[in-house]
Structures are given as C-alpha cells and as structure tokens.
Design a protein around this ligand. Structure first.
Ligand code: NAP
Length: 349
C-alpha cells in the first residue's frame, strides 16, 4: 500500500465519486483510480499536503451522493471528483504558518493516499497521541461530539431516567449509552445482530439490549424493556422504530433526533403514524447537527481523554485495511455490517 516516492512525487490511489446515486449505493458508484501527486507546495501557497492515515465512513455521506435537489446543510459530492470526508493524516509539506511537516491532524480530507488541501481551516492538530489515532474519526472526533451534545445538550438527562438508544453499537450509539450510564440512567439499546447485542450488554454496560431484527413487534419489545416507559430516546434510525418508541414514551419525554438511517436509501420514505403522541405526552423532539456545536469540542475532548484514560469510556472500532476497501466499508454501514465505528486504515505513519 505504501506509495512509491520519485523525485518528490508519489503515486496516489484515489476513490472517485462516479455519479449521483438513487437507492442503496453500490461498489461501482465509487471508482478506485491511481494517479500521482507532487509532494511540494507551490511557492507562496498556504496549502498543505497530507498523507492520509485513516478515513472515516459515516452515514451522512449517503446524503452527499444524492442529486442536490433540496438544499442540505452539507454539499453533494461532485461526480468525477474524489470523495471526501473525515480522516486522520500526517502533514507532509506545509505552506501554512500554523502547520509544519510531521504534524498529525484530523478533519476533512480526500479519499486518497495523499491530499492537497488548499485551505486547512477545517483541520485540527492532534494534541494527544498516546490514544489510538483512529479514535479521532470516532470517539474523539465528529461522532464523539455528536453523542456528547446530543445526549447532554438536547436530551436534558437526569439521574435515574430511562434512556433508549437505537443503532446503539455504532460510532455514536455506543457512546450515548456510556454517557447515559455515567449519568446514572437506566439504559437499553437495540442493534441488528447477536454479536452487537452482546457488546452492548457486556462491553458498554447497557442495562439491557435487544436485536430489533428478531422482534416481530417493536412496540411490545420496548414495553418489555421499559414497563414504565421511556424518558429519553436517542434516535438514530427512524421509520418503524420511531413509531414504536412514540407509543412507549413517558409524558414530558425527550427525543434527540440524531439521524434516520433506515430512510437514507429509500426512494420513497416511510411515513410515521404515531406523531399524535408528541402532543398527548407533551414530548420534546429536537433534531440537531454536530457542526452547530463545534465550540464545545475543546471541553468535550478534555473530558473524553480523561474518561478514556480512567477506563470510564471504551470504544469499539471496525477497521478495514487498505483504501481499496473504503467503498465496501461505507456501503456496509447501510447494511449493518460494521461492528462499532467504521474506519479505513490507509497507511501506518
Ligand atoms: P453506525 O451506527 O456506526 O453505523 C450505522 C448503523 O446503522 C449500522 O451498523 C446498522 O446497525 C444501523 N442501520 C443501518 N441501516 C439500518 C436500518 N435500515 N434500520 C435500522 N438500523 C440500520 O453509524 P453512526 O455514525 O453511529 O450514526 C448513527 C446515526 O447518527 C445515523 O443516523 C447518522 O446519520 C447519525 N449521525 C448524525 C449526526 C448529526 O450531527 N446529527 C452525526 C453523526 C451521525 P444495526 O446492525 O444495529 O442495524
């Protein structure tokens, strides 16, 4: 996988976005190509050249694959251009005063071995390197801050409350469950396999968990887990699950709508039937996006680092090795193939 260096140029494998996608993304929507890149910064430029180490696969990337008919908070990928997303990288060359060769950074980078970053304003220098670098795509990166603000800011949790998390073993869900346990809540999670359910109960400390794919009646499953109802629902999936949750919410419950992954690939999105419960139970339901809360990142990072070192937070990753594996790894998110945070290892430092 190591790129061959010749006179300050390197070969550069890239993943190109072929064209807008309808329905589930397929391998052929993302094309592996190879080109070469200069590792020198043009005179006077403030750009950076990065060697990408880890790439992050995140569900929101599906939204960037759709034709941009409705304006979203995030732009669509451009057909024919390199896919981009969060990643961890090493600075190879820098024309920018804030960065130097050898710095480790995380932020938006290309799905390629080397990236030319014209304007590094979306990159943060990595301060703590005694923690696995891949964690900056997950627990110490965007999904980590999402779990933190979604639970602590949007859900207004109190000790002793009941919390339900869907897609609970994933990048965000596993952290929400652990934050809720640290707060003294009763926490139940759902996931799509026995292996994931075991992780929830035995690794992340959820009080209970179930495999939603094996439950013929989701409303009954939630009633069994929460005989007195749910105070807080951390919504990751939407669809039928949301309908079942609404029937099981307690009065004055809170729902943080983090994502609706069950709907992302549908050409005809499902409707919900139990929204009247929001009125009758006086439920507060709020969507949120992580970029609105970036100002909380420094305080979140310090807390997460401390909790990791104290063993209060653990994190499970699913690491695909080689940039060639990135398309399949991303597609796997929408099929539930990832067990934990999906990362792609591009290069070891
Ligand atoms: P993840 O949970 O690590 O991976 C996605 C998981 O979703 C899959 O492993 C699968 O787990 C589940 N899933 C896939 N298709 C499904 C379906 N049709 N029905 C039910 N579950 C399905 O992903 P993540 O990064 O933690 O993201 C979780 C949610 O948070 C997503 O909705 C994402 O869009 C959202 N998110 C929002 C923000 C924000 O700023 N608002 C930021 C990050 C993520 P199972 O095996 O359990 O089915």
């Amino acid at each position: 996988m190591a790129a061959s260096l010749t006179e300050s140029r390197a070969s550069n494998k890239q993943i190109i976005f072929k064209n807008y996608v309808t329905g589930y993304p397929k391998q052929e929507d993302m094309i592996l190509t190879s080109s070469s890149i200069s590792l020198q910064i043009p005179d006077g430029s403030t750009s950076l050249i990065l060697k990408n180490l880890f790439l992050s696969c995140d569900p929101y990337m599906r939204g960037k694959m759709s034709e941009p008919i409705i304006k979203s908070y995030t732009d669509a990928f451009t057909p024919g251009e390199v896919i981009y997303g969060f990643g961890v990288a090493k600075v190879v060359a820098s024309g920018h005063a804030d960065f130097k060769a050898g710095d480790l950074v995380w932020g938006i980078t290309g799905w390629e071995e080397y990236s030319l970053i014209p304007e590094p304003k979306g990159l943060l220098k990595i301060k703590y390197t005694d923690i696995p670098l891949s964690y900056y795509t997950g627990i110490l990166g965007m999904p980590g801050l999402t779990a933190y603000v979604g639970f602590h800011e949007i859900c207004s949790p109190k000790k002793g409350e009941t919390v339900y998390v869907s897609a609970a073993s994933g990048a965000v869900g596993q952290l929400v469950g652990q934050f809720a346990k640290l707060m003294g809540c009763y926490v139940v999670g759902s996931a799509g396999s026995k292996e994931k359910v075991d992780l929830l109960k035995n690794k992340f400390g959820f009080d209970d968990a179930f495999n939603y794919k094996e439950e013929p009646d989701l409303t009954a499953a939630l009633k069994r887990c929460f005989p007195n109802g749910i105070d807080i629902y951390f919504e990751n999936v939407g669809g039928k699950m949301l309908d079942a949750v609404l029937l099981n919410m307690r009065n004055h419950g809170r729902i943080a709508v983090c994502g609706l992954i069950s709907q992302y690939n549908l050409t005809q999105r499902e409707g919900n039937h139990n929204l009247f419960c929001i009125v009758t139970k006086r439920i507060k339901m709020q969507g949120f996006i992580e970029p609105d809360h970036k100002h909380l990142y420094p305080q979140f990072l310090e807390l997460a680092i401390r909790y990791i070192r104290e063993g209060k937070l653990v994190y499970v990753e699913d690491i695909a090795e080689g940039i060639e594996k990135a398309p399949a790894a991303l597609i796997g998110l929408y099929e539930g193939r990832n067990v934990g945070k999906q990362v792609v290892l591009v290069a070891k430092e």
